[in-house]
Design a protein around this ligand. Structure first.
Ligand code: UDP
Length: 413
């Protein structure tokens, strides 16, 4: 696997580390358990990293020197792809011939490295976009910066070069075909999963609230994710302001945790959301919480009345699945993979568009009907059961098999 711009060893929830990191860790571990050994190449971001780290039995992370350890943003990395590829090729050259059977690249930067590596090693290239520039640009938050044309060109090249493209949902598969002219037969849909051992209701909402020091009887709409315009945490704050204007008596029993750190275009103004909370007069009910590890995060999900995901674009939205697996319903924008992750009216609610008043309307239902959280939450737990990573790994292994068979067939023809 290639993960150039972010390491599976990094803490997700801030900067460049998010769902893709979790995806690679969980998928690689499950693949390894089925006998598919995985090596993940990633760029070294500090000088003291060992060349190799065993992430789990059968999963090795290899650090590649490509550019200075610090000070490079994701946008600088296209200039380091040659150095990165050099490191990957050197690592392979020190192995016996035929060491790798397949290259699985994640995100377009890795796709470019994979393009050359797979060609040189005469193995298939399987690529996962995770996000796509054209899709993001078609649904930008107001004032957000579009993805550059160079990325669109790079993505288009990978779509042409890859033997197989893995899409998170049918929607993403259609986007690959519509926006990038991907050949239908190249695209396979594999739903991401959720770690069902870690994300489960355990001892329930009251106990989680007690552990986190949250009031037992509070209404708690939770945001979890990287703080950037794309994820629209501001819509939640605006919706909360609407709720409080309509019913000031709610102020005493509303707590709005925002878990995560700045990322992407949000890095330019890391205090933007704090300022917005102050400006909207909701700073007293909002609790900003720096990113937490996955174990700790499970308690935040359990404690919440509802997880709110007003994103402008979301290729899947792992946090929606994680919250549901913990027994918490989700209110989400009806974009990208979220209509797959959330069953509208069954495990949460989908909202069209980004009008804060509409989110306030839906959140009000949780205020008016205290039993709603548990009712939808129970269905959410059942829904999440069909999204274990084992199924994702199994489906991915089938894509690998098909790619290898087709590659061998093409070579012998
Ligand atoms: N996450 C975390 N700690 C945090 C916030 C987020 O570990 O404080 C993880 C979360 O569990 C999820 C991932 O970051 O697996 C975010 O994935 P998602 O698909 O929701 O969004 P992305 O980051 O891919 O845009």
């Amino acid at each position: 696997m290639l993960s150039v711009h972010t390491s599976p060893l990094h803490q997700p929830g801030t900067g460049d580390a998010g769902g893709m990191n979790v995806y690679i860790v969980e998928l690689a571990k499950r693949l390894a358990r089925t006998g598919i050994e995985v090596e993940v190449f990633t760029r070294a971001t500090t000088g003291d990293l060992p060349c190799e780290v065993e992430l789990a039995p059968g999963v090795l992370v290899r650090h590649v020197d490509a550019g200075p350890y610090e000070g490079l943003s994701k946008e600088d990395l296209p200039a380091q792809l040659c150095a990165f590829t050099h490191g990957v090729m050197r690592a392979e050259a020190s192995q016996r011939p035929g060491h790798y059977d397949l290259v699985h690249s994640h995100y377009w930067l890795s796709g470019h490295v994979g393009w050359l590596a797979a060609d040189r090693w005469n193995v298939p290239l399987v690529h996962a976009m995770h996000t796509m520039a054209k899709v993001k640009n078609a649904a930008l938050a107001r004032g957000d910066t579009p993805e550059p044309a160079a990325r669109v060109i790079g993505e288009t090249q990978i779509v042409g070069a890859a033997d197989r493209l893995i899409a998170n949902t049918e929607e993403e598969a259609a986007e690959l075909i519509r926006h990038y002219a991907a050949a239908r037969e190249k695209v396979a849909v594999v739903h991401p999963g959720v770690n069902l051992d870690r994300f489960r209701p355990t001892d329930g909402r009251d106990a989680a609230r007690a552990r986190l020091g949250l009031p037992r009887d509070a209404v708690i709409p939770l945001f979890v994710g990287r703080i950037q315009p794309l994820k629209a945490p501001d819509i939640l704050l605006r919706a909360v302001a609407v709720l409080l204007t309509r019913d000031p008596s709610l102020r005493d029993r509303l707590v709005v945790p925002v878990v995560g750190g700045p990322s992407g275009t949000g890095l330019a103004r890391p205090d933007r959301l704090h300022k917005l909370a102050a400006r909207l007069g909701v700073a007293d009910v909002v609790r900003f919480q720096p990113p937490v590890g996955q174990e700790g995060l499970a308690d935040w999900y359990r404690a919440a009345s509802v997880l709110v995901m007003p994103s402008y674009s979301e290729s899947f939205g792992l946090v929606a699945m994680e919250a549901q697996a913990c027994g918490t319903p989700v209110v989400a924008a009806a974009v990208g993979g979220l209509p797959v992750a959330v069953r509208d009216g069954g495990t949460g609610f989908l909202v069209d568009g980004h009008d804060p008043a509409r989110y306030a309307d839906v959140l009000r239902r949780f205020v008016d009907r205290p039993g709603l959280t548990d009712e939808l939450g129970a269905a959410a737990v059942r829904h999440a059961q069909s999204f274990g990573w084992e199924a994702s790994a199994q489906a991915t292994a089938e894509v690998y098999d098909a790619a290898v068979r087709r590659h061998r067939f093409a070579a012998s023809a």
